[in-house]
Design a protein around this ligand. Structure first.
Ligand code: AMP
Length: 211
């Protein structure tokens, strides 16, 4: 892979961004910035930020974009290359702010039909250690226990059926304009990916582009 690549994974909730980010990290040694995961850790720690954002996240809304940008800046640090953003930027404002300190070379836009999103998120389970499972595609070995740390798995509050539709609508309204923002920039490649396939097939498509 060329040096100096910074990649953004966009897509509706349940489109497989997190799973792909894990695989791409292993393959290309990316530093992954997953704002959702960083926020969930803050909530678990009951930090000041965590207490402020818990209700917002649990209700399926986006957190304040200035706060999201500040968190990303802090996690990027001085690094300028080989960054992979999972679920960021989610609003045009966030994309414009990111442009000020990082050059984004590739944007992958994962596409998945709504019915499949609902099916996937309705069978998603998480572990406190960060592992994610799905009872249809990535089952834990032992009944709702984490393969890695053995703890009991839990369901995300925002994966409740009513909230899934709300999050899809927020994606359409707030995040799809981000795709247009990147399409206008000739230095950024925007690649649509069919995310409704097996994890490995989706990964192979993304990998081919980055190689
Ligand atoms: P995710 O794990 O990507 O589904 O994110 C979970 C939740 O974290 C979202 O529903 C938002 O409340 C919040 N969040 C994650 N990324 C962002 C972002 N870039 N801007 C604002 N809120 C975000």
């Amino acid at each position: 892979m060329e040096k100096g690549l910074n990649t953004v994974l966009l897509g509706p909730p349940g489109s497989g961004k997190g799973v792909q980010a894990e695989l791409l990290k292993k393959k290309f040694n990316f530093k992954v910035i997953s704002v959702g995961e960083i926020l969930r850790i803050e909530v678990r720690k009951k930090s000041n930020i965590g207490k402020r954002i818990e209700k917002v996240i649990d209700s399926g809304r986006l957190i304040d974009s200035k706060m999201a940008v500040a968190i990303v800046k802090k996690h990027v640090g001085k690094r300028k290359n080989n960054l992979l953003f999972d679920g960021f930027p989610r609003e045009v404002y966030e994309a414009k702010m990111l442009d000020k300190f990082i050059k984004v070379s590739h944007v992958f836009v994962m596409k998945v039909p709504e019915e499949l999103i609902i099916k996937r998120l309705s069978s998603r389970y998480e572990c406190y250690c960060g592992m994610t499972y799905n009872l249809t595609s990535k089952k834990p070995r032992h009944d709702l226990m984490c393969d890695k740390c053995g703890r009991k798995l839990y369901r995300r509050e925002d994966d409740k059926p009513g909230l899934i539709r709300k999050r899809i609508n927020i994606y359409k309204r707030e995040t799809l304009p981000v795709v247009l923002h990147y399409k206008k920039n000739s230095k950024t490649k925007v690649i649509g990916i069919n995310g409704a396939r097996e994890i490995r097939d989706v990964f192979n498509d993304v990998k081919k582009v980055l190689e």
